[in-house]
Design a protein around this ligand. Structure first.
Ligand SMILES: [Zn+2]
Length: 498
């Protein structure tokens, strides 16, 4: 009996092992047959020089609106007209809230819904005291060592300016789009976009515009993402996280610190914050998070490949691994970050009141309501008040990756970046696209910037820069995207594999 039982067990193990191996071997990712295409012969040196000039305007968004530097913004707008004369001559332009520029390029077929591409030209300030740490001054626009240096080189002047490079080039070639296109250069993304992008979105809504798609800043082409993987991964942000602040508060009897009761405001609140930390919201390695890994899975070492090919067996392990790394954890689930803690006024007095703020970034699988319910559940002390406050927003919906405009964005990447894996992914930061959710279902957040792990610190940090060759690729991509996205989606350019 025992022997037969063992044999049976062995049989099951062999069967499972066989399934794992077969599924691993069958894992595949088909590259499309797109190129090579002949790229465009624009004046690369002049384009690089223009980005360098754009970086020299300190178009800084400050939290305090009194610090707004009108001269820098006006200067930038004047410069735009000189840098892109055809855009200004042949497209309609209007200024929204004075400093955001909205352009309209009339298409030949008004049966097609218009498309839109945008970016922002405001930047975050350079943190005081770090100016000296920059290899080249932050507003120098220095072109050196194969890079263009300056605040905004990554976020998002390279994206914004390369868009207009593309349009200017197409105009120069005498191109007229079938589809009407809107372009926006937003001026206050870094402080929420309420005067720029929000006003543009409301303006278009009032005019009854429905957009076929919107392309904005977002995910890069990630290089060296995982050890052992040679290939870069181009990511297209098809969803964006939401956000809510939840205040935890407690009122206790105050008094002298010489005879403290067991329950104190600070002690109880600290415990509650700890409970929230220890009870993360659930994250599941499925759908969008899983899709992000699909194209690179074939390149992984066998053991990882086996894990990805056999999620029925390995999902909990993968989830645990991804949860350990902050940036993959952020893609996996709603995250909680305690950002403020307030209590106490004197070293020997028990405070009567303690308050803490926890900042949640909401995954598309969750809602604000889910987050509040989760927090109330996680905290065992019934005396703790749980209150969402301030402005909050739900996560975006997830754009359909089967939709034709998504396929055209992919095609445009492939035409410039040969044989590169492309994956849909979630944008864990916030962009101006949040204001456009009422105008289109197809929102794509991407910039074809080659980003290595150490570049993450350059965004909003020191030594922000973009590669000269990479910037030329960005302009090429922009031209290809304008070609591919401004024609009718009915007469399909050859359908691509996913
Ligand atoms: Zn940005």
């Amino acid at each position: 009996m025992v022997k037969r039982g063992l044999l049976g067990l062995l049989g099951i193990i062999i069967f499972i092992a066989a399934v794992v191996v077969i599924r691993t071997i069958n894992l595949s990712y088909d590259m499309p047959d797109v190129g090579p295409i002949e790229l465009h012969d624009f004046d690369e040196e002049a384009a690089v020089e223009r980005l360098s000039q754009a970086l020299q305007f300190p178009t800084i968004s400050y939290d305090n609106p009194d610090e707004f530097d009108e001269e820098a913004f006006e200067g930038f707008i004047e410069w735009m007209a000189e840098a892109f004369p055809r855009v200004h001559e042949e497209l309609e332009m209007e200024r929204v809230s004075d400093y955001t520029l909205l352009f309209r390029w009339e298409g030949t077929n008004d049966a097609l819904d218009p498309g839109m591409m945008m970016g922002h030209y405001d930047v975050v300030p350079v943190e005081e005291g770090t100016e000296e740490e920059w290899t080249y001054p932050p507003y120098s626009g220095e072109v050196a060592e194969g890079f263009i240096w300056g605040r905004g080189a990554l976020d998002d002047k390279s994206g914004t300016i390369s868009t207009f490079e593309g349009v200017e080039y197409m105009l120069e070639k005498g191109y007229t789009p079938e589809r009407t296109m809107y372009f926006a250069a937003n001026h206050d993304e870094e402080v929420g976009g309420l005067r720029g992008a929000l006003q543009v979105a409301q303006l278009l809504e009032r005019r009854g515009v429905e957009l076929a798609f919107l392309v904005d800043e977002g995910l890069p082409i990630a290089e060296e993402i995982i050890e052992g993987i040679e290939s870069p991964l181009a990511m297209i942000g098809v969803a964006e996280k939401g956000q809510v602040n939840i205040q935890l508060g407690i009122t206790r009897e105050g008094g002298h610190a010489s005879m403290p009761p067991r329950m104190t405001a600070i002690g109880d609140l600290a415990e509650a914050v700890g409970e929230v930390r220890d009870n993360q919201m659930p994250g599941r390695f499925a759908d969008l998070v899983q899709a992000t890994f699909d194209p690179i899975s074939v390149e992984l070492p066998f053991i990882y490949r086996a894990a990805l090919a056999n999620l029925w067996l390995s999902r909990p392990i993968i989830q645990r691994q991804l949860s350990r790394i902050p940036h993959t954890n952020a893609a996996l689930r709603t995250t909680a970050a305690p950002t403020m803690f307030e209590a106490g006024i004197k070293s020997n007095v028990l405070p009567a009141r303690a308050e803490a703020n926890i900042n949640f970034r909401i995954h598309p699988n969750d809602s604000v309501e889910d987050v509040v319910a989760h927090v109330e559940n996680a905290i065992s002390n019934p005396d703790i008040e749980v209150e969402p406050w301030g402005r909050w927003r739900e996560a975006s919906r997830v754009s359909d990756t089967e939709a034709e405009p998504y396929q055209r964005v992919k095609k445009s990447i492939w035409e410039v970046f040969d044989e590169i894996p492309i994956a849909p992914s979630i944008f864990v930061a916030a962009s101006d696209t949040r204001h456009f959710v009422g105008l289109t279902d197809n929102i794509y957040r991407l910039r074809p910037i080659r980003a290595r792990p150490d570049d993450r610190g350059r965004i909003h940090g020191t030594d922000e820069r973009v590669g000269v060759d990479n910037y030329i690729e960005m302009v090429q991509f922009q031209i290809r995207a304008l070609h591919n996205l401004t024609t009718s989606f009915e007469e399909s350019v050859e359908m691509l594999v996913d």
